[in-house]
Design a protein around this ligand. Structure first.
Ligand SMILES: Nc1ncnc2c1ncn2[C@@H]1O[C@H](COP(=O)(O)OP(=O)(O)OP(=O)(O)O)[C@@H](O)[C@H]1O
Ligand SMILES: [Mg+2]
Length: 243
């Protein structure tokens, strides 16, 4: 028997007027895995994350997290249950320092007494020691993405959804991010779902990949299976690319 899924999405649909951005999507994530969610621009990846994490109310379907129905639940309640996320367009308060930004996440589970220890631990884990007193508004994109990751890690998630965490990063910055995500998965047992266009990250990190196109799941499999799948090649490159 396969293990109980940490996240089970069934028949999820989200419309914007006449546009069906996410159309009857069903996906299950097994605990402890790293799963990639890929697809061309406008495929519905961010909308799916938004519908899972309470930013959009789905028009149909159900989301079960650790067996609990969280469909339409408010984001902060979902976070308390153990699911966190980062955003495609980084959301950080530019006047806050790195340390204070991480502290915001840590308040999810900790009171004043233990909070500094948690903040210190997460800053060390995410290798942000050298920047802890800097204001977020003064950071490079790579560091800002790292701080957003740290804030999410500080909430102590069991499942973390990352929306294009690798976008705009150099090769070296990407290696650093991938190393942190690998440790997060292996050492802390966090299940990861990564929306990503950067193939080095998808192929290097994920055991399984789900492909969305025009709001629908068109393929699911290992990185090797996905890169050979004619439907996936067609979705990215057009019909003529498929021999
Ligand atoms: N708030 C919204 N109102 C109206 N349409 C929206 C809204 N958000 C997304 N859409 C539309 O829904 C579709 C899916 O968008 P979404 O942002 O989920 O795609 P994506 O796969 O994340 O794309 P990208 O890779 O470019 O980030 C697109 O056609 C987009 O224009
Ligand atoms: Mg997106």
């Amino acid at each position: 028997m396969p293990p109980e899924p940490i996240l089970q999405i069934s028949g999820l649909t989200k419309r914007f007027g006449n546009l069906i951005a996410v159309n009857d999507v069903s996906v299950r994530l097994e605990p402890g895995t790293i799963v990639g969610l890929i697809g061309p621009n406008g495929a519905g990846k961010t909308t799916l994350f938004n519908a899972i994490t309470g930013l959009h109310t789905p028009d149909a379907g159900r989301v079960l997290f650790k067996g609990t129905d969280i469909t339409g639940m408010l984001s902060h309640k979902i976070c308390k249950l153990g699911m966190s996320r980062t955003f495609q367009v980084v959301k950080a308060f530019s006047i806050l320092t790195v340390e204070d930004t991480v502290r915001v996440g840590a308040y999810n589970r900790h009171g004043e007494k233990e909070i500094q220890a948690k903040v210190d631990e997460v800053i060390a884990f995410c290798e942000l020691e050298d920047f802890r007193r800097q204001k977020c508004g003064d950071l490079s994109l790579a560091l800002l993405r790292r701080v957003e990751l740290a804030r999410a890690v500080a909430t102590e998630p069991e499942l973390l959804l990352l929306d294009e965490a690798g976008a705009g990063l150099t090769g070296t910055e990407l290696d650093g991010l991938m190393a942190i995500l690998t440790r997060l998965n292996r050492e802390k047992g966090v299940t990861l779902c990564v929306v990503e266009h950067v193939m080095k990250m998808v192929m290097g990190l994920c055991q399984r990949i789900v492909v969305l196109d025009a709001g629908e799941v068109i393929a699911e499999g290992t990185p090797a299976e996905i890169s050979d799948n004619p439907k996936v090649i067609e979705a990215y490159l057009g019909k003529r690319a498929v021999r």
